[in-house]
Design a binder for this molecule. Sequence first.
Ligand code: ASP
Length: 440
Amino acid sequence: MLKVVKFGGSSCADAAQFAKVRSIVLSDPARRVVVVSAPGKRTADDHKLTDLLYLCAAHVKYGVDCGDIFAMIRERYRDIARDCGLSIELDGEFDALWDRLRAGEVSKDELASRGEYFSAKLMAAYLGFDFLDAALWVKFRFDGSVDREASYEALSRAAGGRRVVIPGFYGVMPDGHIHTFTRGGSDITGALAAAALEADVYENWTDVSGILMADPRIVKNPAPIRFITYNELRELSYIGAQVLHEGAVYPVREKHIPLNIRNTNDPAHPGTMIMETVEDEQDGGDSFITGIAGKKGFSIINIAKTGLSSEHGILLQVMEVLEKREINVEFILSGIDSVSLLVDSARVSGRLYEVLGELQKELKPNSITVAEHIAVVAAVGRKMANRLGTSGKLFAALGKNGVNVRMITQGPDELNIIIGVEEKDFEQAIRVLYDSFVKE
Ligand code: ASP
């Protein structure tokens, strides 16, 4: 049994958090491969190490001295080492980095990557594991994508059954230069490591007890999701839930490895388990909606033309007009004499009249209207399929609470019900759905 475990910035923020990580890792011998982020904020007004490193890079770029910031960075690691009782010596490496930095020899990516590098050095010493540099195995192509095959092979060779700590967030370009992922990229390193080593599970330890069923800024104390399928997660993320980077899901999903989101500050909590399929016996008890998500900023273009549905190729014409301007259609709803398109308002802004003008010219419709300030809200749940009365209950609850529904769609797999509402009703719609389906 092998568990690849990744700890985020808040889990590595200081010695107290390091101690929690250690007890989690050492409590299970299967946790042999550990990926860490750079130390995050210790308090709300503290700085993330990575932000300080980017700040340093910006100073260097404009020729401004960053000695104070660099000293703060060094101090954070010294504090952790001292408070964890470690005798590891990082000063030599810091001095060398400082000299190269002042000589203009350190790229922005390399500097940013040092947050995870030093974090992993300390964590390896603290756990008694080997330090394994990501630069030895996370291989990028020149276009910035990861060469998974080469990376997997390099890691299985380099890890060789040892207990290791790997820094997240970076790898190397084909020419050997350090390259970072986008922000939050240590999740991707963890997923790649789990996939490369064909782990039994990829545990992603953070500071919440799993994915919440709804946005906590809208719903008070939403419950965490216990089990969710990869498909449901995709639906929720697409519709606005900020969960995991796609790049952090794909490598493990491809290898059928379950992904478990856990809380370093509450290790007894099982968190959220993301899997290809959820077995019936695991499913019991939960509400039949898995999660609720949504986002604002859409417009609906309604095109009405008598006999539209029997005209050949009309949808193709509509799509061509939008395609030419790289406007993606999120949803299409068609009736006998009309078709409605839901589009991202930001994509059409400034070009709306142009688009409408062209649709008018090409299709010669009876009318074209646009409804702006539309929000989309989705209830996602594998258990909604074949369950009678779901949509009836949903619309009754929304109606009773004064939310006017402007658009409805449900995928044929019945994995979700998506509704369009006015932006002013967005929060209310989410709360109504949560109250009627989750607290049922
Ligand atoms: N430390 C990096 C960041 O702050 C990467 C990570 O934490 O995943 O974005």
